[in-house]
Design a protein around this ligand. Sequence first.
Ligand SMILES: [Zn+2]
Length: 129
Amino acid sequence: MAVKWTKGPVIQDAAAFWEIEGQVFDPVPVYYNQGDGKTFRPLSYQVMCPHCGALWARRTVTYGDPIKSPFKGYLPQIWSMRLIHCKDCKQDAALYAGGLWQSYDPGWNASLPYAALIREVFLITAEKN
Ligand SMILES: [Zn+2]
């Protein structure tokens, strides 16, 4: 059975810095992810298009003061990768191309900057025209 993920509490002193298609956004709060009875801290991500290979978005998560951190000074920068089609390489099953909204990951969605959500609306609108 698939794990149902939920957005956990905000992480004090942590921030996510987004860069999407070369545009840098103001830092936003980050949240724990919870699922399968466990709590996970969010990672930094590089977003790559699985069709053309473009590295078109990045989310860098920082954890602020290591003394005050809930991770008690343990602050490794852990990177992972997500494969999401860029806006030039629409996936057949996708509602629209180049979107960062991930229906299965509420913690990820909660850390999207407001301007990135507006971008999603523009992508949906462009798809319908
Ligand atoms: Zn692409």
